[in-house]
Every structure is written in C-alpha cells, then in structure tokens.
Design a protein around this ligand. Structure first.
Ligand code: SAH
Length: 346
C-alpha cells in the first residue's frame, strides 16, 4: 500500500484522513502543528499515543525536500539554496535578511515556460509544477537551516505561480494558517508575468496577498519582444485586471520593472510608464537588470536608473530602486534557474 503523504494537506483534509482512521479532529490538529514545525517522524510527535504513532507509521509519511547545496553571499546575509525534490528535480530558493526579519523567496515550478527574454528561469523550459507541500517545504527547510522563523514570503523564484493556481492557493492557505506558518496575507507577495484570467480569479479568492506584476515595458511593441505572454494578454488588458484586483482587495499593486540598458530605460519609456500608471494604487519597483550568462542584455547605468526614477517620482508615482541582494551568488531576481546536477557539483 502506498503511504499517504500528509505534508501539504490542509487542516480539513488532514481531519478527513484522521477520521478514516477513526481519530478525532484534535488529533489532526496535533499532527498538523508538528508537520509545520518541521517534524518528519511520527515518533517525535510526543503528544500522540503510541498506538496512533504505529498506525501512522504504517499508513502515512511526511515528505521533506533536501538542501542539496547552499551558496552564501559575501555581500549580505543572503543565502541561495538548491533544493532536491523527492523525484530528483531541483529548484532554487533564497533567504534574505532585513531589519524586519527573514524573508523567503520561493519557486513555484521546476523551470518556467513563459520565455521572458531576460530571465534565467525559463532556459530549458518548464518540467513540472511544485505541489503546495513542496513550496511549504522550501520555507520549512529555510527555517530549519537558519534556526529563524520566516516572517515574509515572496513567490518570486522560478516558475509562474498563477499557472500553478490550485497548489499556489493551497500553499497560501498553509502560510496563513495559525497552526502552521501563521503569516498574514499582507506579508505574502505573489509575482506574476501577467496571466490576466488568473489575476481576476485571485482577486475573487478573498485573500489579500500583495500582487506583484512583472511589467518591464510601457508599450505592447516592446513588451511583446521581452515577454511573449504579452502577445496573449496585452498591457491594457493586464492593467484592467490589476484595477479589478485593487478594487476587490484594496491592496496596492507592485509593478516590477527591470532596467535593461538601452532597451527599456530611456526617458521616453519612463514618461510612457508614468502615463500608463497615473492614478493607479501602485508602487513601482525598479530593478537594475541582473545579467544572465546566456542572454545579451546589460544592466542600466546608475545615472540612467536615477533619471528614470526621477521621471516616475515627479509624476507622483511611488517608486523605489530594489536593493540588490545576493548578486554574487546569482540569487537575485531572474537569476534562479533549473539546476542540473553537474552544474551544482562544481
Ligand atoms: N513568473 C513570475 C515569478 C517570477 S518573479 C513573474 O514573472 O513575476 C521574478 C522576477 O524577477 C520577475 O519580476 C521577473 O520579471 C524578474 N526578472 C527576471 N529576470 C530578471 C533579470 N535578469 N534581472 C532582474 N529581474 C529579473
């Protein structure tokens, strides 16, 4: 008999499973709490009776991803992890430390199929979705390794989270659950390249997570070139979906804009972007491009970044330049990739 993996089940699903064993709901709550403390052995669940532990050992298991390799930044406290999944696939995740606590950047898919011209995650395509339990495991592994509690989660690793919708929602509910991670939705950011119908679906879900939208261009001609998804969901459709998200959740949207030298960092681009976003409840995060080995693009020079920011700010658009973290270990935005065994062994 295949053992049932309990990691990733919602509390309700775990209660249903325990009921099939003839156990009351409070037993499910006990097991649930242990799982999200990072415990993987039923024998370590000290408040369960021995008889139940034996049954659980026979019928169930708790999966755990492994840290295959760790890269520690010499510049800041950023750590990039290469996680080994149970089927041998690997994904990357990142731990960042700020004055307000530890943040985890989590991958949602093995690889990515969105094909953005400047991003490493899409090289080699998409292999599979991660389960909600595997995403939760990325956070647990970071907590276990650092000995610190993760207080913010950004789903900005490899993959397009809105194309893995059901498992994303499962993960978000685990993050928010008081008996699991207990992280408020406001401290969770879901980043998307702009899958319009799924943005609308998320807006209707009633969970006020922060939505980050990777925009990177102020018009369709340029965005089509940089982000193939724009050919299906062009900018005006995307912005309509964003407006809907703002109305439904009352949350401010973050637009991410990677500044690529001589491509999307001109003053004209900045002016067009200002016009596009004027009046919208939003914040713009400018990210000087993190160069990717295989791609030909270069980072904008600091003076061009400053000029771009000035145009946006003077139009009344809240703008920041993202602090670069972990650039020396390829842990920055767009640098996470599908790892291949030979590569990480070096
Ligand atoms: N698929 C989602 C989640 C990935 S988030 C999305 O597109 O939003 C990763 C963020 O890093 C996105 O905003 C992405 O556009 C950005 N990014 C990708 N490559 C980058 C690069 N080379 N430099 C800076 N940011 C990059």
């Amino acid at each position: 008999m295949v053992k049932k993996n309990l990691k990733g089940l919602t509390l309700q699903e775990l209660e249903e499973f325990m009921a099939t064993l003839g156990e009351p709901a409070y037993r499910a709550r006990q097991v649930f709490k242990w799982i999200y403390k990072g415990v993987t052995q039923f024998d370590s669940m000290t408040d369960l009776p021995k008889s139940l532990i034996k049954i659980l050992n026979d019928k169930a298991c708790i999966s755990m991803i492994k840290i295959y390799k760790k890269f520690e930044s010499a510049l800041d406290k950023t750590v990039k992890y290469v996680f080994l999944l149970e089927d041998g696939n690997m994904v990357e995740g990142v731990k960042m430390e700020y004055s307000f606590g530890v943040s985890a950047c989590v991958s949602s898919q093995v690889g990515c199929r969105m094909g953005c011209a400047f991003c490493a995650s899409t090289i080699g395509g998409m292999v599979r979705n991660l389960s909600g339990g595997e995403m939760a495991d990325e956070v647990l592994a970071i907590e276990k390794d650092t000995g610190k509690k993760v207080s913010r989660v950004v789903i900005m690793g490899s993959g397009e989270p809105l194309l893995n919708y059901d498992e994303l929602i499962r993960f978000l509910s685990l993050l928010n659950s008081p008996l699991a991670f207990n992280i408020s939705f406001r401290r969770i950011t879901v980043s998307t390249c702009g899958i319009v119908p799924e943005i609308i679906r998320l807006a209707d879900e009633g969970i006020p997570v922060t939505l980050a939208v990777s925009l990177h261009a102020p018009d369709d001609v340029l965005r089509n070139r940089l982000m193939p998804v724009n050919r299906i969901y062009p900018i005006l459709q995307l912005l309509d979906a964003c407006k809907y998200y703002i109305i439904k959740t009352r949350r401010r949207i973050t637009f991410e804009y990677a500044l690529i030298s001589q491509v999307n960092d001109t003053q004209e681009c900045a002016r067009k972007l200002s016009m596009l976003l004027k009046g919208l409840l939003c914040h713009v995060n400018l990210i000087p491009l993190n160069p990717i080995r295989e791609k030909g693009f270069e980072k904008s020079k600091p003076d061009r970044v400053a000029a771009f920011e000035k145009i946006l700010s003077s139009s009344g658009i809240s703008t920041t330049v993202r602090r670069e973290m972990g650039a020396d270990i390829e842990a920055a935005c767009g640098q996470l990739r599908r790892s291949i065994l030979d590569e990480v062994k070096e």
